[in-house]
Design a protein around this ligand. Structure first.
Ligand SMILES: [Zn+2]
Length: 234
């Protein structure tokens, strides 16, 4: 094989590795976003649980307030009852007091029930928080692994790039532009082997003169169909 084509083949190998590494690096932010998205669901669940608890606590306060109003009223009625001298009024006030005490009893029952609900909502919130903490730990591990992959890939890219620059310096200026153009237009494969008289880049049968040119190894032979630089494997 011609030395120039051999140099191009090695260069092509490094260029392909560089493009694969660049693709890997491009994918990392998506992986990162996917990992972080796992948190969103659990965070929303914690927010919902928290809101449910607040709503229930507010309901307890409202019931407490209603109960307190009844207590004040009962106190006032009892005072009135104590102060009255009319038997009729005394009895009427007594009925009122019983009615309000019954009311108060209902509110106190409701309050106990609502307080039990608060306990339930508090437990649910704690469970949601625990689930979030668990997910957060997993996501942090994922993110650390992604960061590690990023550092490794970047280091490899720098290494291959330096190697590539050295290799490129060995390729004659006369064929470099052709190589660069073919790399861009031919899916990252500018140099293709010739097998059984066919270009392995596009699988077309080559004309006899091209086959001979490639076999002689004296000058650069290109596939007449796709334009790739041809070589015969040693
Ligand atoms: Zn071809």
């Amino acid at each position: 094989m011609q030395d120039e084509v051999r140099a191009l083949l090695i260069l092509q190998d490094r260029d392909r590795r560089l493009s694969a590494l660049a693709k890997d690096l491009e994918k990392l932010p998506q992986d990162e976003a996917r990992a972080k998205a796992k948190l969103a669901g659990d965070q929303a669940a914690v927010a919902r649980a928290h809101q449910a608890l607040l709503d229930c606590e507010l309901r307890v306060k409202k019931i407490e307030l209603d109960a307190e109003t009844r207590r004040t009223t009962i106190k006032r009625l009892k005072l009135q009852q104590f102060e009255t001298r009319k038997n009729e009024e005394f009895v009427a006030l007594g009925h009122e007091i019983v009615r309000y005490e019954k009311d108060l009893d209902d509110f106190e029952t409701k309050e106990l029930e609502a307080m039990e609900e608060v306990d339930g909502f508090r437990k649910a919130q704690q469970a949601a928080e625990a689930a979030l903490a668990h997910t957060r730990k997993l996501v942090e591990e994922d993110l650390a692994a992604i960061a590690q992959r990023h550092a490794r890939t970047e280091a490899e890219r720098v290494e291959v790039l330096a190697e590539r620059e050295k290799l490129a310096a060995n390729v004659p200026d006369s064929i470099m532009p052709l190589y660069v153009r073919l790399m861009k237009t031919k899916d990252g494969r500018a140099v293709a082997p010739m097998r059984d008289g066919r270009c392995e880049g596009c699988h077309m049968k080559l004309i006899a003169s091209t086959v001979m040119k490639a076999q002689s190894g004296r000058e650069i032979a290109q596939c007449e169909d796709c334009g790739r630089i041809l070589y015969v494997e040693d």
